[in-house]
Design a protein around this ligand. Structure first.
Ligand SMILES: C[S@@+](CC[C@H](N)C(=O)[O-])C[C@H]1O[C@@H](n2cnc3c(N)ncnc32)[C@H](O)[C@@H]1O
Length: 269
């Protein structure tokens, strides 16, 4: 018993010293790297009272109550309930699956496949006729993108394969995996053909603006739904770009931030 207490104290002291030294590093030199700036932001958020949080002050897009996203409750299938870092939350998975089931899009386009967990959920909740196109940046192109990539995004790009979670499932046939940099990818074959778009690729300000501009062109007859992920402090580029679009572009004046999620949507009243 004594040994257990002693080892817990030693372990805590070691963690304490390691954290203290890391803080010195982060505040003296580490802040030069964006992943450490994100950490500083997280520390601020941790210590600030909820209603004073920076996030709330930075959000200018009106909120849409979760209960008002759909006129009625519907049941959905969630083939992969648990998520890893880089994937959307369980609640967000339910919301996007409900939207797919309710709006019944013919063509879906996702920017940013990663492991394909959201692609899989969308596939599980759409009709047999629905086609899902999902675009991912291959690891080999990590250092040759047209626009700036935040270092926080690099860990999600630096992987061997895209879409591992839908590969080999019964839903695979509905999905077409595309590869490329969303800033240079030729979207023109899909212009005016897509009913539902999920933007979750690179989260830098430049990419969010570029992907949003492409998404508008993808929409069939300028109608349908666009969802952006990561309207939150950890996706500061998303906040900055979407706030700017909301305030300055008539095409994006109806953006809404879905409560309880980091989703911003267009096309849902
Ligand atoms: C946060 S993950 C996406 C998570 C996924 N949508 C989900 O819900 O599970 C971001 C993905 O976007 C891809 N990506 C990053 N920059 C990109 C770019 N410029 N063009 C296309 N894909 C990009 C990365 O390779 C990574 O797989």
């Amino acid at each position: 018993m004594k040994t257990t207490l002693a080892s817990r104290i030693i372990s805590f002291v070691l963690r304490y010293l390691y954290a203290a030294l890391s803080c010195v590093y982060v505040f003296v030199v580490g802040f030069l790297f964006s992943k450490n700036r994100i950490l500083i932001t997280k520390i601020c958020t941790h210590f600030w009272h909820d209603n004073r949080s920076l996030e709330k002050r930075l959000s200018v897009i009106p909120k849409l109550e979760l209960a008002k996203v759909l006129p009625e409750k519907i049941s959905v299938q969630i083939p992969e309930p648990t998520s890893v870092d880089g994937e959307i939350s369980f609640l967000e998975t339910i919301v996007i699956s409900e939207l797919i089931k309710w709006y019944n899009p013919k063509n879906i386009f996702e920017i940013g496949t990663f492991n394909g967990r959201t692609t899989l959920s969308m596939a599980a909740n759409c009709t047999e006729e629905t086609k899902i196109y999902t675009l991912d940046l291959p690891k080999a192109k990590l250092n040759s993108t047209k626009l700036h990539i935040d270092s926080a995004d690099k860990i999600y790009i630096d992987k061997e394969n895209s879409g591992t979670k839908y590969l080999g499932t019964t839903y695979e046939d509905k999905i077409s995996q595309l590869y490329g940099d969303s800033a240079t990818f030729d979207f023109s074959p899909f212009y005016n053909k897509v009913d539902f778009i999920f933007i979750d690729g690179s989260h830098s300000y430049e990419y969010v603006l570029s992907d949003s501009e492409q998404a508008l062109k993808l929409l069939r007859n300028k109608q349908g739904i666009i969802i952006w992920h990561d309207y939150a402090l950890h996706g500061y580029g998303v906040i900055k770009a979407l706030n700017e679009l909301y305030l300055e572009s008539k095409d994006f004046k109806d953006l809404k931030h879905i409560c309880g999620t980091t989703f911003v949507c267009l096309g849902i009243d």
